[in-house]
Design a binder for this molecule. Sequence first.
Ligand code: SF4
Length: 434
Amino acid sequence: MRIHIITLGCPKNEVDSEMMAVLLLQAGHQTVAERDRADVILVNTCGFIEPARQEAYELLDELTATRRRRQALVVAGCLAQRRCDEICQRFEVDAVIGTRAWPEIVGVVEQLAHRQRRPIRLVPEAGDLVASVQRHATRGNTAYIKIADGCDAACAYCTIPRIKGRQRSKAPDDIVREARELVAEGVLEAVLIAQDSTAYGRDLTAATNLAALLRRLNAEASGLAWQRVLYAYPNHVTPELIETMTTTPSVCHYLDIPLQHGHPDVLRRMRRPHDLQQVHGTIEALRRAMPDMALRSTFIVGFPGETECEFEGLLEFIEQVRFDKVGVFQFSAEEGTPAYDMPQQVPIELMQERYDRAMALQQRISAEINQKMVGRSLQVLVEGVGDGISVGRSYRDAPEIDGLVIIDAELEPGRMVEVEVIAADEYDLEARPR
Ligand code: SF4
């Protein structure tokens, strides 16, 4: 069968989509880029926050109305896990596959050939089904490797622990084997992802942790130029991890630590680590050990009860720390989370105003930091070329999240090149080859 896959949401979903594509190809099916040519349209959804759900529902509406009569529609991912009944009632879908069930995609697609009247539902409870296949997604010379799934934290606004269950880490041997295969295929950058990458291995053995994994990948997947860690939990950044990041050549001096707020009272209500002294201490330790460290964080504005004073505390915190990159999200009340029923929900207009103020502040800071890069040399992974320029990324930029380095020369994609930065704005750098 020919399958057209549409992926919504975050890099973790990209990984699952890629793996479903691999399983389908291995089973003799074909993936096609054109929706019209497909026998099956597979939508891998995100159900994390309201705007993501809206995006998925709008797409499902469109697909229900426009797909050909014999084209099957399969919905997978977080929204499928969470809203299986609603999806089956609202849309004419042929199958719904939850977050733990994607390894079953081949069986589902093959059952569709013997079309049933009722949609196939494969939505196991969290923990029921553990994928036994490798989990990575490649994009050019970069691969995302999911090192764990699920989360043991209990942030008051987050549905992930309910959707995905407790953390389950992949065995280090499997990750190393996967990385070696990726290197053999030409991958230069491995992006390690999990809900909390810094909790990696806690559910395995006492000796298994992220630092040890990074060291093993450096030693045993030679050819991997960059290892990049996304999604660190503030108080899980250990001295051992900092030491390993500092001394392991392939580990990027880049860390994404989603902190979510900069005022202790809001953090307490969010059920997040709220000792800001400790957070400052961790950031200082990272920067002391790696002066070229690029730090990214994300913050939520408009959490229930957020006062003007608390919001200004967040701005002050952002100003003090001067992160290299920041993402800001407006609070989204998710049914079934403690924050959903909290009093003093912040009006949408006020959330938007706070979002704009936080973004404007960070844009100024990012522009100032980027401006200081002018004149410096950087290693860049070239990802695209055309019209006399090339685009790539340095260790400072995670794929699809951060900015680009635009080089005024046509260079071969997939190469690491040294460039000199000649101009900068708040997101991107301009450079010329050295
Ligand atoms: S650490 Fe992240 S995934 Fe886990 S509950 Fe908190 S926000 Fe959700």
